[in-house]
Design a protein around this ligand. Sequence first.
Ligand code: C5P
Length: 207
Amino acid sequence: PPLIVTIDGVAASGKSSVSSGVARALGVPYLSSGLLYRAATLLGLEAGADLSEAAVLEALHTHPVRLEPLAQGNRVWQGERDLTADLHSTAVDHGVSVVAVLPGVREWVNAQLREVAPPFVAEGRDMGTAVFPQAPAKFYLTASPRVRAGRRAQERPEDVDAIEAALIRRDELDRVQSAPAPDAVVIDTGPLDLAGVIGAILERVVA
Ligand code: C5P
C-alpha cells in the first residue's frame, strides 16, 4: 500500500517543520491536522458564540474549510479566503484545546484527512493512534517545556515564561488524544536540530 508516515507529538515540538522536511525529502505532501483544529477554532471565535460543539459545527457547515496539503507548508482555505495567517494567534492558541475535545469536531477533522489519497506524512497528536493506525512508520516527538517555549518565543511576540506556561496548560488539556502509539518511535528533539530530527526519521523510513 502507498506509504503513510505519522508524526505526532506535544505542542511546539517541531512537528510541522519536521513533517515538511520529511515530506519534501520523500517527495510527498504532509497533512497538518492541527491547522484544521485551529481553523475550526477561528471560525467558532468569529461566529462570536461560545465555543460549543453546535456553534463550531454550524460555522464549519456554513463556511466550509479546505486543507491544501503543500509539502512546503499547509494552507487552509475558506472559499477564496486564506485563513492560514490567522491560525497561530494567541486567541486561537488558547481556544483550540477546548474545541479539539469536541467529538463532532474530531470527526470532522478525521474525515477531511481520510479523504486524502496516500502517500503522505500526517502530523498531529493522534495520527498514529486514532486516524491512521495502519501506518507502517510512526514517530512521536517530545522536548522539555523550556526547550519548546524557547523555540516558540522566536515566532511569537510573547515572553518565554508566558509561552512555557501556556504550553504546559495545552499539553495537559491535550493529554487524552496525545498518547504515543505503542509502535511509534519516540524522539526527544531537545538535543537535536531540525536536520537531525528529519535525518533520524528518514533513516528509519527509507531503510
Ligand atoms: O499541532 P498544533 O499545536 O498546531 O495543534 C493545535 C491544537 O489542535 C492542539 O493543541 C490540540 O488541541 C489540537 N490537535 C488535536 N489533535 C491533533 C492535532 C491537533 O487535538 N491530531
